[in-house]
Each structure stands twice: as C-alpha cells, then as structure tokens.
Design a protein around this ligand. Sequence first.
Ligand code: BES
Ligand code: MN
Ligand code: ZN
Length: 495
Amino acid sequence: MSVQLNISFAKSSPLTNALAIQLALAGGEPASGIAEADPQGVGARAAGIAKFSAKAMTVLDVIAPHGSDADRLAVIGLGKADALVAYDWLRAGGTAAASLKAAKKAVVFLDVPGLDVTAEQAADFALGMLLRAYAFDAYKTKKKDDDEKPNVVDVKIVMAGHAAAKKAFAKAEAVAGGVVLARDLVNLPPNVLGPVEFADKAKELEKLGVTVEILTEKEMKKLGMGALLGVAQGSVRPPRLAVMHWNGGKAKEQPVAFIGKGVVFDTGGISIKPGAGMEDMKGDMGGAAAVIGLIHTLAARKAKVNAIGVLGLVENMPDGNAQRPGDIVTSMSGQTIEIINTDAEGRLVLGDALFYTKERFKPRFMVNLATLTGAIVVALGNAHAGLFSNDDALSAQLTAAGEATQEKLWRMPLGKEYDKIIDSRFADMKNSGGRQAGSITAAQFLKRFVGDTPWAHLDIAATALNSPQSEINQSWASGYGVRLLDELVRANYEG
Ligand code: BES
Ligand code: MN
Ligand code: ZN
C-alpha cells in the first residue's frame, strides 16, 4: 500500500510506541534527543557491534531497550559533514521513510551535534520522506503480507528551529504534490488516460487558482495545427491542447513557458513499433506530466512568477485513417513537413505547440520536455537528460538547477550540419533524419519552430520512465523534471 505520511514539526514529542529516528555524521555523535529513547545506550553498543560508522545513507536499526518508551531506534548515517549537499537531505528523508516498516508513529530527531540543520534542509528531508513513500498500487487488488503495514503514519520531526521548518515544509509539500501528480500520470495505464482524460487533469488545477483552457480538434484545425493533427488522426480518441496559466507575478511581466509532449500512447503509427516493450509507451506523455506537475507546484506554493504550461495531447495509432509515410502536412507556422516515419511523432506535436506558445505569449523563454528519442537513451542512459538549446544563459541556469536537484542535464550540440539532415526533397523539412545523430536532428526539427525565443529542449526519454530505484523513488515513473524546473524558476525567475 502507498503510505500516507502525516508530517509535523515540534520542539519535542513523546516516544510512546514510536520508532525513534536520529541522524549521525560519520565520526560524530548521534542526536541529543535520542538519550531519552535510549537510556541504556543500546544504539552506541549496537553501532560498535555492527561496525556502523554512519556512512551516507546507511541505517542502524535496533529494538528499543527495556525502560524506553520507544519501540525501535533507527540511526541514519549522513556521511561526512563537509561532503553534505542539499540533495543528501532528500536522500536521508527517503532512507528514513524506508526504515518505517510497520511503525505507525515515528519521531525524527533532526538536530545533529556539530551541524546547524536549516529549515530548508529539514523541509528537504520531509520531501524525501514523502517522495519515498509514494507507490502506484491503485490497480493491485490482492494484498500481500507486507501490506499489514499501516497506511497512515504519524511523523513528528523534532528540532529547535521547528517553526521555520514548518513554513519551509509548506513549499516542499507543493513540490511533492507536483512530483506525485507527474508520477501518477506516467504510471496510469493508457486505456484509462487518453488525451481527454489528461486535459481533465489539467482542468483540475483550477482548484489551485490556475486558469486552464482546453483547445479541441476543431479549434486546433482553425489555428492550422496540421502537424499535431496529423499524428492524432489515426486514433479514435480526439486530441487536446491544454493551456495552463499561473499568474503569480507582476501583471505586465512576460511569462515563462513550459511545453510538454503528451503522447498518451505511442504505437509508432503505420511505422509500427516492435511488440517487445511497447507497453512502456504509455509513458510517452512524461513531458506533459512534468509540465502539469510543475504548474501544480508553482500554484500550490504561490510562486511569484507568471508561467504558462502547454500540453500537446494525442494518441499515435495505426488505423485506416492514420497518416502515412510520404504524407506532407502543413504546420501552424506555415512550414511543410514530409512524414518519413510516423513513429517520429513527438516532434510534430511539439512543433505546433512551440509555435503556438511563442506567437501567443511572447514568453521570456520556452522549455519543452519530451520523451522524444530512443537515441538519447543510448547516448546518455538514465543519469542525464539531454539538453539542447539556442541560449547559453538559459542552458547554464538549467544545468545548475539539474545539479542542485540531481535531475541532471547534459548539453548536446546543435548546428547547421545537423540541421541540413532534415531538409526534404518534397517539403520544407522531413520528420526523420535517419539513424545518425537521432536526438540532435529531432532537436533541430524543434528549433525550426521557436524563432528567436530563448529555448531549451529536454529529451527525457531515459529519465522519466523505467526509472532506477533510488532513495527518493521506487516507482516506474520518476516524475523527472518537476523538481528541476521548480528550482529553475525559484533560483532565477521569481520576484
Ligand atoms: N516515444 C518515442 C521515443 C522513446 C523511446 C521514448 C524510448 C521513451 C523510450 C519516439 O516517439 C520515437 O518513437 N522516436 C523514434 C524516432 C525515429 C523514428 C526517428 C526513435 O527514437 O526511434
Ligand atoms: Mn514514436
Ligand atoms: Zn513518442
């Protein structure tokens, strides 16, 4: 079962029937609050016996001794103080959440001797707990033995600066909400989440004060979005374009804009994909999921920024009415595109979505996210998403946000040698340049729709889905991009 953590902050807390968690630096002393939970010094004795040296993210877990109110004691190692970075607080929180096991109540002593734990670090710790506790199990009807675990756990974080930490935690909860929303959408099966259902999810953000417009097929036809509509025409499920406005900044301030590829399922179309692993293509809306998650987060924490989120929502299916290789479509920009491969559909959706965003909003920048190419999986694996950009300053900001959140980016080249690969014999461009530099030619394609607007394309095909398990994520969908872009906005575009 997915566990709900009720996290609160206090100066002290009774330990009755609780798991007492403390943090320890390598070579340091354990937290002072634990003395009460461990009057006989069992923790210290166990640490000696188990050769526990508080290396980063290691756990010492013992039954509380006779005479203690607590049930269990857990010590989480932080490693060396001078090596600690912001992300380690999320990891520590995730590690704490994993050590809850059957506990119904946990008391976390966050004040570590030799370390001044800030409100932000405490909030990051709590965020790590929330993200680790996430599980997508709505469709599991049979309970397993380990589902004897409680589904609500009361977590008290005890620290001197608890009031400030509580305030910082409100923002962290907004981030958790955005990441969880993105993960849920990517995990959901494609029969349940079509373009219309996805647009409904965007509409739900109105509860947070977001203005949401949903464009239907008819409206997109009127706008001339022939590239997006060409992809959609093979599906019985009609496309949608969701436009979300969060107006937290000054009235006249130009917005920042985020655009997401929302292919709810990618069969490849007539250029159909092989069967093995095709089920993963339910996650081909990971870009759109990150954008809706980000807008959720910005609204929930009332970010002082004007932000636009645009989602291109379609399904790519083979059908009697599906588009063919050889077809030529006219995009909203007026540029024509020869379809070489109907499986190169994401760029068609994004070309129209980017051009629409640029023309209508004249944004300060556009960042698009897309599970765009298999080639980026080969090039970078899942340790970095690919970053392609026409703007060095924006690239530097994104790269820094990637380092801070550990949703890392690696910049890839663009250039005219790559651009000419997608020139077409019959139209202005073709939608596939073949095997060579597959991720770069896809980016060059997008670049043809952004004009002079500062723009970055993040290819998240390897980072949004099929995610490796980490301290803060055990789910197939990572929610990649939400923390990254929230940090981009927070660090550079607020106030
Ligand atoms: N959605 C895929 C890319 C993808 C692959 C996402 C693996 C997640 C995991 C995309 O639409 C696609 O099919 N790209 C093709 C492009 C090719 C036909 C030019 C690819 O990468 O093979
Ligand atoms: Mn495809
Ligand atoms: Zn795709």
